[in-house]
Structure formats: structure tokens, C-alpha cells
Design a protein around this ligand. Structure first.
Ligand SMILES: C[S@@+](CC[C@H](N)C(=O)[O-])C[C@H]1O[C@@H](n2cnc3c(N)ncnc32)[C@H](O)[C@@H]1O
Length: 290
């Protein structure tokens, strides 16, 4: 008999209710969707830089795997224009409701439920990409190979992944609470089976997938007391709390969610601290020749 699993839903960083989970460590509660959209703002520049380097152009066809609430798909739509096509794929239907509503004005963008298996039904792509999705795959090498197999000759496969292991001492001057939250984040991702350090090993990853040495770009967003990173990390810890609890690593009470964001905001402000987001690595390779 299977035991029902629990996730947390909450009203911001202020209170938690237990609900059912679906295997993906971060879940798709409304607060997690808000976190993704906050995150998309500080990942916009690194993502644009990758798209610029790839020379994504008007009329091209793009697959965004693990699209979430659609930010990467919408960005790609800007590059390919109304004569191009962008398909966003996600295996969660709730988040696609949000993505479809946000991109309703973009006729070149559509969202489909599913993963890479079966994606050949969409034909071949100039660019197959994903952001913060490969780190959640059990077999990231097979995932990359599958993504590359959907690319036209001369096209590109690209992933933008976190390099979280480099974010220890994530605040200067040090804010103990911010650094402690990164500890929870590390442990929570570990407990949930996600490899959020994988941005640090893209060369090995692409080589193992038979794609040769990738082009690489490393960037990191930083901010001060008014940065959205304060709210973002509170929401991240909240999304990971169920994994931490299931692994017996923490109890909800340990986090003090009822005033976590206020405490963190006050501490970062008092220290005039510069706080870091996870470093981000863009890695991409051309497939065959046109
Ligand atoms: C951290 S979110 C990133 C969302 C988006 N790429 C962004 O950067 O805002 C990861 C998303 O990938 C989806 N996902 C994870 N593994 C997937 C898979 N194998 N196929 C399709 N979607 C997947 C999850 O459901 C989740 O919505």
C-alpha cells in the first residue's frame, strides 16, 4: 500500500498547509510558480546572452523543455518573431495553465504537456533548449542525447543550469541566515534527488553525451537589501521544506516561516550585504552540419 506523500502549500513565507506531492522536488504550488517568475527575472540576462551567442534568428523553430510558467519560451519568441515557432513542453499540467495565460498574446508560442519522449511528433528544431531542468533528470546524459536527437543538422542544443555548489558564503558581509538558508537549499535538493551543482560539470556532461566540448557561459546575479533574491530564497526553502521533512532533515517549525522573509530582509538591510543568486552556466553545442 502506498503512503500518501505531502507537500506544503502556503500563504507566502507566512504559513504552511500540507498537501499531496508528485515526485518533482519543488512541486508546483502557487508560491513555487511565483518563485519561478522571480527567478526568471534574474535569469533573463544570462539566458539572453546564450540566445545571442547561439544567433537565434527570426523564423527559427525552438523547443523549450521543462518550460514551467513559460519564461524561456516567451524570451525565445522575441528572437524568432511572429514567423518563427516556439513549443514549450512540461510534464506538469498546472504550470502550463499559467504559461498559456501569460503567452496568450504570442501566436508563435504553444505549450504541450509531456517530456522529450514522443517529442519527435513536433518535427525537428533549430534549437532545443531547457533552463534549470536537466538537473532534475535521473539520467542527465540520456536526457541531453534525447534533446540533441530532436535538433536539425546545423542546429543547436543548449541548457542553462545552476551551479549551486559555488554559492557557499553567498553574502558579503556575511548574513548568517542567508548562508544558513543556502545550507537548507543544498540539503533539500540533495534529498529530492536534484543535482543543482551540474552547471559545474557541463564539459563532462556534453562529452558523455557524445556532443564534444560545449561553448560555455557563466554568470551570477547579485543584489542588495532591495533585491528580489530575499523573497526568492524564502520561497525556495519553502518549496524544498517537504523534501527536507521527508528526509528527516528538518521540521517545518525549524524554518520559522511565519516571519522568515522579514527576518532575512532585516538582516540583509542591517549588514548592507551583497547577496548572490546561484551561479548559472549556459552550455551549448551545434549538431552536425547544415
Ligand atoms: C525549475 S523549473 C524551470 C522552469 C523554466 N525552465 C524556467 O527556467 O523558468 C523545472 C520545470 O521542468 C519541468 N520538468 C522537469 N523534468 C521534466 C521532464 N523530464 N520533462 C518535462 N518537464 C520537466 C518541471 O515540471 C518544472 O516545471
Amino acid at each position: 500500500m502506498s503512503t500518501p506523500r505531502r507537500t506544503f502549500q502556503s500563504t507566502g513565507c507566512g504559513g504552511l498547509i500540507l498537501a499531496a506531492a508528485n515526485g518533482y522536488v519543488l512541486g508546483h504550488a502557487p508560491e513555487e510558480i511565483r518563485r519561478l517568475e522571480l527567478q526568471a527575472k534574474f535569469l533573463e540576462l544570462p539566458t539572453r546572452h546564450v540566445l545571442d551567442q547561439i544567433s537565434l534568428e527570426k523564423g527559427m523553430k525552438v523547443l523549450d523543455i521543462g518550460t514551467g510558467s513559460g519564461d524561456v519560451a516567451m524570451l525565445a519568441a522575441e528572437y524568432v518573431g511572429s514567423i518563427g515557432q516556439v513549443i514549450g513542453l512540461d510534464r506538469n499540467s498546472d504550470v502550463l495553465v499559467r504559461a498559456r495565460a501569460r503567452a496568450a498574446h504570442l501566436s508563435q508560442v504553444s505549450f504541450e504537456l509531456g517530456s522529450l519522449d514522443g517529442a519527435e511528433r513536433f518535427g525537428a528544431f533549430d534549437l532545443v533548449m531547457g533552463r534549470y531542468v536537466a538537473c532534475f533528470q535521473e539520467d542527465d546524459v540520456a536526457f541531453l542525447q534525447r534533446a540533441a536527437s530532436l535538433v536539425k543538422p546545423g542546429g543547436t542544443v543548449a541548457f542553462i543550469e545552476p551551479a549551486v555548489a559555488a554559492t557557499r558564503e553567498a553574502s558579503q558581509p556575511t548574513v548568517a541566515l542567508y548562508d544558513e538558508m543556502w545550507n537548507w537549499v543544498d540539503k533539500g535538493f540533495d534529498a529530492g534527488g536534484a543535482r543543482v551543482h551540474m552547471g559545474n560539470r557541463c564539459v563532462q556532461w556534453f562529452a558523455q553525451a557524445g556532443l564534444g566540448e560545449p561553448s560555455l557561459l557563466y554568470e551570477m546575479a547579485i543584489g542588495g537589501p532591495s533585491s528580489s533574491l530575499v523573497e526568492w530564497i524564502c520561497l525556495l526553502v519553502q518549496s524544498l521544506a517537504p523534501a527536507l521533512e521527508r528526509a528527516g532533515l528538518a521540521e517545518v517549525e525549524d524554518f520559522g516561516f511565519e516571519n522568515l522573509q522579514t527576518r532575512l530582509q532585516e538582516a540583509v538591510t542591517a549588514a548592507n550585504s551583497q547577496i548572490q543568486a546561484p551561479p548559472t552556466v549556459g552550455a551549448w553545442a551545434r549538431i552536425g552540419q547544415a
